[in-house]
Ligand binder design. Structure first.
Ligand SMILES: Cc1cc2nc3c(=O)[nH]c(=O)nc-3n(C[C@H](O)[C@H](O)[C@H](O)COP(=O)(O)O)c2cc1C
Length: 149
């Protein structure tokens, strides 16, 4: 399977999740930060996984730039799964989360969304990750690959 994991991260929590996801997929797998991922990388992918921290209910600016640079021509027909990192507190729920917004952006350009947008939890606004989330992320990715691969 040719897979690409594109992520952004400010404090490192989303990076850890992205690397855990990349490590769970066998085959030709790249894990790239959003600002390092050129649209050229989107060619002939079997699976694209995109993840961002949730800041104010949204993906980060570098992730928004990546999404803006990912054209309809590049995204149309690509299988996509999205994730974010987020807090467990109920109060932030009203802002929404990054993963759903990323999926919405890519779906509009013709992506095939192969899994519900998933959130992985941190215990404070700068982390750390809640215990067990790296393993849960790996399991999430494996399940998608088994289903779609
Ligand atoms: C300025 C700021 C705004 C945040 N806004 C939200 C939010 O709206 N919803 C949420 O669930 N978490 C929010 N968080 C928590 C981050 O999503 C969380 O800490 C994330 O794991 C950080 O990822 P990173 O370490 O990869 O940068 C916010 C954190 C900061 C510092």
């Amino acid at each position: 399977m040719k897979a690409l994991v594109v992520y952004d991260s400010v404090y490192g929590n989303t990076e850890k999740i992205a690397k855990s996801i990349g490590g769970a997929i066998t085959g030709d797998v790249k894990v790239l930060r959003a600002r390092e991922a050129s649209p050229f990388e989107l060619k002939s992918l079997d699976l694209l996984i995109v993840g961002s921290p949730t800041y104010g209910g949204r993906p980060t600016p570098p992730m928004k730039d990546f999404l803006n640079g990912a054209s309809q021509a590049a995204i149309n027909g690509v299988k996509v799964a999205t994730f974010d990192t987020r807090m467990t507190t109920r109060a932030v729920k009203i802002f929404g989360y990054a993963a759903g917004r990323i999926a919405g952006n890519l779906k509009k350009k013709g992506a095939i969304i192969v899994a519900s947008p998933e959130g992985f939890f941190v215990t404070g606004s700068e982390g750390p990750l809640k215990e067990g989330e790296l393993e849960r992320a790996a399991g999430w990715a494996k399940e998608i690959v088994e289903r779609e691969g």
